[in-house]
Write a protein that binds this ligand. Structure first.
Ligand SMILES: NC(=O)c1ccc[n+]([C@@H]2O[C@H](COP(=O)([O-])OP(=O)(O)OC[C@H]3O[C@@H](n4cnc5c(N)ncnc54)[C@H](O)[C@@H]3O)[C@@H](O)[C@H]2O)c1
Length: 312
């Protein structure tokens, strides 16, 4: 049995990683401060099913607390680093918090990891590190011109991981997730907001003209990439479905899947949102033997099913 730490484990992606690690028979420590960015009650619900598992331990606290990290890392072999101030828009309104958690918090974690027996850090990065589009799909050599403070903070975290490997030999990998969705997803993300509106036949609001495109990636594919990285991989990898659709098409698909009468309405566009994202995951295929398995159609169906059970 391998002991793993999942930072931000009470959040959306972290809770899926924990579920899979426990199913594989690993021991898991979840470190989360239940940040109020969105409902701490929802985060409590995310991890409720694990609380009775003898192989699961919750540590409530902050990745910026070094003393706590040093205790928490005792016996840990792999760190899945999901804790972050996620969200592009909030970072435009208040850039300091994402910097403090995502950049300084990651640096703090890496420093603590140096004094531990951790074999590898698997760092959650983001397609936001690309920002301004020079060509599509993004491969890992595409220039990094983030267009939001969030993207800058995630790029800094990646660089800290790289430099810690080069200077101190700490093994790490940074996975650049492309817009993740699925059960328990963050309430601030479009698929969640659109599906909730569709189920109530309420209007679906799109910011801007809806022609921005996104590469939506189902959470199970993201988790699989994380697990593979316990054994393989170093440096950065795109982890994306490799198919982009416009926000207009996304809203239409969600209306159709949920047999909804919702109408689409438009509001002012939001600063900091990238124009387009689309992953080339060729490097992940070659080096990790990872391939996305879930199409957006299948993922949206699964999500709609989950959401209607969750709400009833
Ligand atoms: N969801 C996506 O579409 C997406 C896309 C790209 C990258 N990511 C990255 O994936 C990771 C997980 O994202 P998510 O969507 O699950 O977000 P989330 O907000 O659901 O999860 C993050 C968790 O981190 C915790 N946290 C925040 N600050 C903390 C701190 N200082 N100390 C300890 N815990 C703290 C939060 O309470 C939360 O439970 C993040 O690093 C995010 O940047 C997410």
């Amino acid at each position: 049995m391998t002991k793993c730490l999942v930072t931000g484990g009470a959040g959306f992606i972290g809770s899926h990683i924990i579920e899979n690690l426990l199913n594989l028979g690993h021991e898991v420590v979840c470190l989360d401060n239940f940040d109020a960015y969105y409902s701490p009650q929802l985060k409590g619900k995310n991890i409720e099913p694990f609380m009775k598992n003898a192989h699961f331990k919750l540590v409530e606290g902050d990745i910026r607390d070094k003393a706590l990290l040093n205790q928490t890392l005792d016996g840990v072999e792999y760190v899945f680093h999901e804790a972050a101030q996620a969200g592009v828009r909030i970072s435009v309104e208040a850039p300091m918090k994402p910097h403090e958690i995502n950049a300084t918090g990651t640096l703090n974690l890496l420093e603590s990891v140096l004094d531990s027996d951790v074999r590898k850090v698997i760092n959650a990065s983001s397609s936001s590190v690309y920002g301004r589009v020079e060509y599509l799909p993004f491969d890992e050599d595409h220039p990094n011109q983030p267009v939001s403070p969030y993207g800058v903070s995630k790029l800094l975290a990646e660089h800290y991981c790289r430099v810690f490997e080069e200077l101190y030999g700490l093994k790490s990998v940074s996975l650049r997730y492309f817009t993740v969705y699925g059960p328990r997803m963050r309430p601030d993300l479009a698929i969640n907001i659109f599906t909730k509106a569709a189920l109530k036949n309420e209007p679906i609001t799109i910011f801007g003209d809806g022609e921005k495109t996104r590469d939506f990636t189902y959470v199970d594919d993201i988790v699989r990439a994380n697990l593979i990285c316990m054994e393989k991989g170093s440096g950065v990898y795109n982890i994306g479905a490799g198919n982009s659709i416009s926000i207009n098409d996304l809203a239409r698909k969600i209306i159709e899947i949920n047999e909804s009468k919702s109408e689409i309405v438009y509001s002012d566009s939001v600063k900091g949102d990238a124009e387009h994202t689309l992953a080339s995951s060729e490097k992940a295929l070659k080096e990790l033997a990872w391939n996305p398995e879930i199409t957006v159609e299948e993922g949206l169906e699964r999500y709609a099913k989950w959401m209607s059970n969750f709400q009833s």
